[in-house]
Ligand binder design. Structure first.
Ligand code: GAF
Length: 379
């Protein structure tokens, strides 16, 4: 893949590029907690967005997307978001760097990769991080990775219009082989948490659907959480995020039932991340698996970001003792479930689930076995 992206670059732009990459991510547990000042446990994976880049002597950013087989060119000094277009993510990062005072000159870029789009593996965060890193290296900005994470997230807010948390960009940039990242999304303090699952593997099952309300529902959930925070501040002034709200305090708030459910889910999920780290630290995979199932229950029934296809996949695994845990992963409304599965049954499980899923939804799911890998870097 890298070689073909490099060759495409040389064919189009007739010069040698710098090659960098940034990976997709999984999240073991801690969904929709990042923008509530809470904890998450993501990891980078072995699926990457690759960017080939070189300077040009124009005032233009000239980009070619291998996956979309499409070119796009924009004036470095004057550009605006292009709704729903892949180039928006690239321009969003350029804009953030410029606002931070970095002088971005004309560049040629080719990008592509093997992160399935719309599968909840954060291909857009990977693109943003790869573009930020590529520009920083090309022009000698020497931007620390944590700042790149910040610019990548802001690019998503301002250009793509999704008020995402910090998790995806952080995991893509900071991942480490063999480890998940135990991240405090309020302070951005983190440590690398060893992931040793013994005979168990992380199996992602891709529903092959992404329901269209995903982005708008995401922003709506954020507003509902903020409503809960405002109500809590009436009683306890030092509350900053839902992370500071206990279930006892939640019970005292005057909020409607929907906001109550959203807040309850987040408060419980935050605790599940902490409990899961403790369980994983003790090697209690069965205990961890239960937390994973509970996480899905909350996401589906209280936070209401699951869908029929995701619920089907999770429910299917519940009767199988070799599956320790299963839940939807990422923002929701489609994408993948993450499953902790004994290696001996993976093949059979894939076959059985494929058949059952096809019968119900008239399409086949896809499967990816993944493990924690390194974050953004050079190729
Ligand atoms: C999406 C967002 F981009 C993340 O910030 C996070 O909120 C996630 O949904 C849900 O946990 O991937």
């Amino acid at each position: 893949m890298y070689q073909s992206i490099k060759n495409t670059f040389i064919d189009i732009f007739d010069q040698e590029p710098l090659l960098v990459y940034s990976p997709g991510r999984i999240n073991l547990i801690g969904e929709h907690t990042d923008y509530n000042g809470g904890f998450v446990l993501p990891a980078a994976i072995d699926k990457k967005m690759v960017v080939a880049i070189a300077e040009n002597d124009s005032q233009k950013g000239r980009i070619y997307s291998v996956d979309f087989e499409e070119e796009f060119s924009f004036d470095i000094m004057s550009f605006s978001p292009k709704n729903g277009h892949w180039a928006t993510y690239v321009m969003g990062v350029v804009s953030q760097l410029q606002q931070a005072g970095y002088v971005v000159k004309g560049f040629d870029m080719v990008f592509g990769g093997d992160i399935p789009v719309g599968a909840g593996l954060s291909s857009s965060a990977a693109l943003e991080c790869a573009v930020g890193f590529a520009l920083s290296e090309l022009f000698g900005f020497e931007i620390p990775k944590k700042s790149l994470v910040h610019y990548a997230q802001k690019a998503e807010h301002t250009f793509a219009g999704v008020q995402c948390g910090i998790m995806d960009q952080f995991a893509s940039a900071m991942g480490k082989k063999g480890y998940a990242i135990r991240l405090d999304c309020r302070t951005l303090n983190f440590d690398y948490f060893p992931i040793d699952l013994g005979d168990y593997k992380i199996l992602l099952i891709d529903t092959q659907v992404k329901h269209s309300l995903a982005d708008s529902a995401y922003n709506k959930r954020r507003l509902e959480c903020e409503e809960g925070v405002r109500a809590a501040q009436q009683i306890q002034a030092d509350v900053r995020d839902l992370r500071d709200v206990s279930l006892d305090l939640l019970d005292q708030l005057s909020i409607d039932a929907v906001v109550y459910d959203r807040c309850k889910y987040v408060i419980e999920e935050n605790q599940r991340v902490l409990d899961s780290c403790e369980l994983l630290g003790k090697g209690d995979l069965i205990g961890f698996g239960k937390q994973v199932y509970q996480s899905h229950h909350g996401l589906s029934k209280l936070y209401e970001v699951s869908c029929e296809e995701l619920d089907f996949l999770v429910d299917y695994t519940k009767e199988i003792p070799e599956v320790l845990g299963s839940r939807m992963m990422g923002g929701g409304f489609g994408g993948c479930t993450i499953n902790i599965v004994h290696q001996d049954i993976i093949e059979k499980l894939q076959k059985d689930i494929s058949e059952a899923y096809q019968k119900n939804f008239n399409k086949f799911p896809k499967f990816y076995i993944v493990s924690p890998e390194d974050g953004t870097g050079f190729l």
